[in-house]
Ligand binder design. Structure first.
Ligand SMILES: NC(=O)c1ccc[n+]([C@@H]2O[C@H](COP(=O)([O-])OP(=O)(O)OC[C@H]3O[C@@H](n4cnc5c(N)ncnc54)[C@H](OP(=O)(O)O)[C@@H]3O)[C@@H](O)[C@H]2O)c1
Length: 254
């Protein structure tokens, strides 16, 4: 019974930002739970490797090279998923991140635009397009990758905090709009998870110590520690959950 509750057998999922880090872990976890997958990111070679790994688990997968900052490429992602895998049950809007930090007073306007475009605007476009498809079919689950930065605000990351907070609140609003239509929209807010995104920090002893000093569990999280929450929100186990944010941060925001 408990395994059935968390099963994704017969479901089709899109995971963006699947080429590495948290997205890749979620795509592999979804395949283990029985889903077929469309995996998206900009780097085609990494996606092809992932498709091979998912195939080895006995699941179907397609690689769809996509820059999520371009709405027309998201349209192709949605269309190819429906054409080649038959439907969309689950969308994980995971692509995102930032490679720079800057105090707001010194931030270049184009830096603001770039971060908002990647971390907020793209999530709106993908959510809208996938929701239209899900509404036509009668249901679905949309999962947004927010961040603890979007709850607490993070110094030097005003733009990223605004985008990730925006994602969370936009999702709460859309969750209410779609609640009667069996399309659920929820967010995951990770704290510090060791990935390529923050390699310069977890790879540096002093920076890493500073980060872990803020975390009650006194360590970095691993991408695989986000997978259980994603499977929960994607599966029937969370059938009465919409508009929620699941925080996974080792106690940082407690
Ligand atoms: N790591 C953390 O501590 C942490 C904490 C809170 C929230 N998050 C969020 O979790 C998500 C995943 O982060 P991560 O740590 O796994 O980062 P990561 O290792 O840098 O991976 C980011 C993924 O997003 C893809 N991506 C980036 N820009 C893209 C674009 N324009 N179009 C399509 N795909 C794009 C990358 O692939 P390509 O480069 O091949 O496109 C890659 O697959 C992000 O939204 C991030 O903000 C991370």
């Amino acid at each position: 019974m408990s395994t059935e509750l968390f099963s994704l057998a017969g479901k089709v999922a899109i995971v963006t930002g699947a080429s590495r880090g948290i997205g890749r872990a979620i795509a592999l976890g979804f395949a283990d739970a029985g889903a077929d997958l469309a995996v998206a990111a900009r780097t085609e070679g990494d996606l092809d490797d992932l498709v091979t790994m998912i195939g080895a688990k006995g699941r179907k997968a397609i690689a769809v090279p996509t820059d999520v900052t371009d709405r027309s490429q998201i349209e192709v992602l949605i269309k190819r998923t429906v054409d080649e895998l038959g439907k969309i049950d689950i969308l994980v809007n995971n692509a995102g991140g930032t490679r720079f930090m800057s105090p707001a007073v010194a931030l270049r306007p184009d830096g603001w635009d770039k971060a908002i475009n990647l971390n907020l605007n793209s999530v709106f476009h993908a959510t809208q397009l996938a929701a239209q498809e899900m509404l036509a079919r009668g249901g679905g689950s949309i999962i947004q990758m927010s961040s603890v930065a979007g709850i607490l605000g993070a110094q030097g990351l005003s733009f990223y905090s605004a985008a990730k907070g925006g994602v969370r609140l936009m999702s709460q609003a859309i969750a209410k709009e779609l609640a009667g239509s069996n399309v659920r929209v929820n967010s995951i807010a990770p704290g510090w998870i060791a990935t390529d995104l923050n390699e310069d920090m977890h790879g540096n002893e002093d920076s890493s110590k500073f980060i872990t000093s803020m975390i009650p569990m006194a360590r970095w999280g691993e991408p695989e520690e986000i997978v259980g929450a994603a499977i929960y929100l994607a599966s029937d186990a969370s059938s009465f959950v919409t508009g929620a944010t699941l925080v996974i941060d080792g106690g940082q925001s407690a």
